[in-house]
Write a protein that binds this ligand. Structure first.
Ligand code: TRP
Length: 334
C-alpha cells in the first residue's frame, strides 16, 4: 500500500477537449486521489507539440480548454497542483541529462510509441522529439519525485522506461531520484460511440465533457449497438455493446442497468429505450460540469492565474530536484 505521504503525478496532452473516456479512465480517480495524496497534474504541452509541431496554436488553445475541463469536473487547485509543462524549464534540462541514459533501440521498441508512429504516418520521417517523448515524460515524473503515476494501460511502457532511466541515473550518480510505480486505472478504456476499442477525439467517436445536451443526445442516438440486432424483439448482445459499457461506467443505479440488460438479451426492450436511459444519465452527469465550466469561463484571467500559481509551486519542487541532480553529477559549479 502506498504511504500517506505518497506523491502523485499525472498528465494530459492538450490537443483537444477532454471526453468521457478521460473521465472514466483517469479524471474520476484523480478526484479521489487528490483527497489522499499530494497530487500534481501536468498539462503536457511540449509533449503535445511532438506530433503537432506544425500547429502550435492547437496546443496553446487547448491548454486553456483542458484547464477548464479539470476545474469543471472538480479538480481543486487547493489540493491538486496544476502546472503547464513548457513553463517548467527544469523538466527540459532533466530531459537532456536523461537522453544519455536511453538507447535509440529502447525508444524504437516502445510499444506505445511504435503504435503511434504507425497511426500517425509522419511525412518526411519520424521527428526526433516524438521518438524521444518517453524520455521527456520520464523527466516529468522524476522531477517531481512522484512515486505513483495514475495511468491507463497504454502508458505502462512509459512508466517502465521511467523506472529504467531512474535506476540508471541513481546507479551512475547516486540515489537522488524515485523509481515510480504505475497506478493502473480501475476501469478499462471506454470504447468510442462507434464501438471501436478506444474513445478518441481524432477518431471522431468521443463524447466531450463540454458537449451540450443536444449534442450528447445526437451522439447517443447515433451510437453503435449490436449490429446483428435488426428488430427490437431479437435477443441482443450486451457484451461489446458500448451503450451498456457507458451505462456500466456511469449509471449509479446498477439495478436498472441489470434489468435493461436482461430485457435486451431477451429482446423485450428497444435500442431506442436503452439509449434514452443513457442520454438522461449522461446529461444528468454533465449538467453540473457544464454549469461549473460556464462559471469559470466568465473570467479567463482568473482561470489562467490558477495555472500560473500551480506552475510556480511546481517549479519550486522541480528546481529543488534539478539542484540535487546537478549536485549529484558534480555539475553545481558556482
Ligand atoms: N503521455 C500521456 C498521455 O498521452 C500524457 C503525459 C505527459 C503523462 N506527461 C505525463 C502521463 C506524465 C503521466 C505522467 O496521456
Amino acid at each position: 500500500m502506498p504511504q500517506a505521504k505518497s506523491r502523485i503525478l499525472t498528465g494530459d496532452r492538450p490537443t483537444g477537449p477532454l471526453h468521457l473516456g478521460h473521465y472514466v479512465g483517469s479524471l474520476k480517480s484523480r478526484l479521489e486521489l487528490q483527497e489522499k495524496y499530494e497530487t500534481y497534474v501536468l498539462i503536457a504541452d511540449i509533449q503535445a507539440l511532438t506530433d503537432n509541431f506544425d500547429n502550435p496554436q492547437k496546443v496553446s488553445v487547448n491548454v486553456y480548454e483542458v484547464l477548464l475541463d479539470y476545474l469543471s469536473i472538480g479538480l481543486d487547485p487547493k489540493k491538486t497542483i496544476i502546472a503547464v509543462q513548457s513553463a517548467v524549464p527544469e523538466i527540459a534540462e532533466l530531459t537532456v541529462f536523461f537522453m544519455n541514459l536511453v538507447t535509440l533501440g529502447q525508444l524504437e521498441q516502445n510499444p506505445t510509441v511504435k503504435t503511434e508512429i504507425e497511426q500517425k504516418h509522419f511525412k518526411g520521417g519520424i521527428p526526433l522529439g516524438f521518438l524521444a517523448y518517453p524520455v521527456s515524460q520520464a523527466a516529468d515524473i522524476a522531477i517531481f519525485k512522484a512515486n505513483l503515476v495514475p495511468v491507463g494501460e497504454d502508458q505502462l511502457p512509459m512508466i517502465e522506461q521511467t523506472r529504467e532511466i531512474v535506476r540508471r541515473f541513481n546507479r551512475y550518480y547516486g540515489q537522488v531520484l524515485i523509481e515510480p510505480e504505475a497506478l493502473l486505472s480501475k476501469f478499462p478504456r471506454l470504447p468510442g460511440t462507434d464501438g471501436k476499442e478506444k474513445m478518441s477525439k481524432s477518431l471522431g467517436n468521443a463524447i466531450n465533457l463540454c458537449d451540450d445536451a443536444k449534442t450528447v443526445e445526437k451522439k447517443v442516438r447515433g451510437m453503435y449497438t449490436d449490429p446483428a440486432r435488426v428488430h427490437a424483439d431479437t435477443p441482443g448482445n450486451v457484451e461489446g455493446n458500448p451503450v451498456f459499457t457507458y451505462l456500466d461506467a456511469l449509471d449509479s443505479d446498477q439495478g436498472i442497468v441489470e434489468e435493461l440488460k436482461t430485457r435486451y438479451r431477451k429482446g423485450t426492450v428497444t435500442d431506442a429505450e436503452v439509449k434514452e436511459r443513457l442520454i438522461k444519465i449522461l446529461n444528468d452527469f454533465l449538467d453540473p460540469i457544464r454549469a461549473r465550466r460556464a462559471s469559470f469561463a466568465k473570467d479567463k484571467n482568473a482561470v489562467m492565474q490558477i495555472l500560473a500559481d500551480g506552475t510556480a509551486r511546481a517549479r519550486k519542487v522541480a528546481a529543488q530536484t534539478l539542484a540535487e541532480v546537478k549536485h549529484a553529477m558534480g555539475m553545481d559549479y558556482f
